[in-house]
Design a protein around this ligand. Structure first.
Ligand SMILES: Cc1ncc(COP(=O)(O)O)c(C=O)c1O
Length: 414
């Protein structure tokens, strides 16, 4: 065995010994509110399928039709021979959804974030980034020659101070997640907009966990906070709420998008989005435009689950987002609880250090519009059982009385 391969095998063994090796469970059914795993049906409480579009009949149909009309794949990057009318249509749809001049598609939001900064900023510019931003932003920042400023998380005073101290940068850009994915916490976009407008800093928001999720019509964190028309540039994914397959985008002023088409490396040197994937997302945007009801259903489900799980005595951060982290403290405990929850029919992932700080290990629940109240009740009941076993509950009386009163008076919801 090559010594490097032997070294890697030892690293894998170490991960397994430490209990941090990530096992992949194999789904035996499409992604949905409930899935089959290991021959059993479980409630899926850990996917980004926020609107339930991953297996929606209209999205599936749009993908099938696109294969017949446009073929299975492009065998090219966009600028050589990989652009079809479908790609242009989806880009126009995204730009219009965000009230922007133009949009550019990537194979993923990872690629969009990776390809943005180095293409538009140079040495002598200043790139500000929230310290809890997604890994794709961190890697994108590393690839850029601009001076880097690490902004303490959601700390507007510190951001303002850093800007005031930076007299040297030619242009300044601030990048933030709209919603931080480990907490379901929103960035303070109102404050960021105010500071960025006042200081001439270009604000970019990665709204991957908010597009189709937050705001009355699903237009994201900025719509939720009433600053929709004041965000100069947005990046996002098509792999979560908006079709759930794959793809990412940057949307903003035409000049920025045009330049990205010329210089952004993941766009220039990687295949264009497969036609059925593009068509599925296009259909998702059309569905939201026609009727934002799934966004309202998602919000209602998130509120329902948040209330039930906190009444059951679990500790969750305050908020409204369908990401609901149940904090249990210890990493080994979170992982063991995840295994027991699976036995109880609930698929939810545990996260511990170094993904989250020491002592804040959690089970990250993600609610979908596809869940029924029965799915969510099943999940909460399983949490109560497992939480008692692991002493992760503060008090359970209110949950018990809720279950008792529900049993006495069954509701119509299922
Ligand atoms: C904030 C954020 N940005 C980017 C991404 C990457 O998106 P994609 O799966 O399209 O590469 C994710 C995915 O988890 C994310 O949460």
């Amino acid at each position: 065995m090559h010594p490097l391969i032997a070294h890697l095998a030892a690293e894998v063994a170490k991960l397994k010994q430490a209990g941090t090796f990530k096992e992949e469970l194999v789904l035996q059914s499409p992604q949905d509110a409930r899935v089959r795993v290991g021959g059993r049906e479980v409630v899926m409480l850990t996917s980004n399928n926020y609107l339930g579009f991953a297996n929606h009949p209209r999205v599936r149909e749009a993908q099938k039709k696109a294969i017949d009309r446009w073929g299975a794949g492009m065998a090219s990057v966009r600028f050589i021979c990989g652009t079809e009318a479908l790609h242009k249509e989806l880009e126009a749809e995204i730009a219009s959804f965000f009230g922007q001049q133009d949009a550019i598609l990537y194979m993923s939001c990872w690629n969009a974030n990776e390809g943005l900064f180095a293409a538009v900023l140079e040495e002598g510019d200043g790139l500000y980034s929230d310290e809890l931003n997604h890994a794709s932003i961190i890697d994108g920042v590393r690839l850029c020659k601009a001076k880097r400023f690490r902004v303490p998380h959601n700390d507007m005073k510190a951001f303002d101070r850093l800007l005031a101290e930076d007299g040297a940068s030619r242009f300044r850009m601030m990048m933030t997640d709209g919603v931080f994915s480990m907490e379901g916490e929103e960035a303070d976009l109102r404050a960021l907009v105010e500071i960025c407008e006042r200081t001439g800093t270009l604000l970019v928001v990665d709204d991957s966990h908010a597009t189709g999720v937050l705001g009355r019509t699903g237009r994201g964190t900025a719509e939720e906070q009433g600053v929709f028309d004041r965000i100069p540039v947005t990046t996002g994914t098509l792999g979560k709420a908006m079709g759930s397959a794959a793809g990412g985008f940057v949307t903003g002023p035409s000049a920025l998008v045009e330049l990205l088409r010329q210089r952004s490396r993941p766009y220039l040197f990687s295949n264009s989005l497969p036609p059925p994937v593009a068509a599925g997302s296009l259909e998702a945007f059309r569905m939201l435009r026609e009727d934002p009801a799934p966004v309202a259903k998602l919000r209602e489900n998130a509120a329902y689950f948040r209330k039930a799980i906190s009444e059951a005595g679990f500790q969750i951060p305050h908020g409204t987002h369908p990401i609901v982290p149940v904090i249990v403290g210890d990493t080994a405990k979170a992982l063991a609880m995840g295994r027991d929850l699976f036995e109880q029919g609930v698929y939810v992932s545990g996260f511990g250090f170094p993904v989250v700080p020491h002592g804040q290990a959690r089970l990250r629940c993600q609610v979908s519009a596809a869940h029924s109240h029965a799915d969510l009740d099943l999940a909460v009941d399983a949490f109560v059982k497992v939480g008692r076993k692991f002493e992760a509950i503060e008090e359970v009386e209110s949950r018990e009385s809720r279950v008792e009163s529900k049993n006495a008076q069954p509701t119509a919801d299922s």
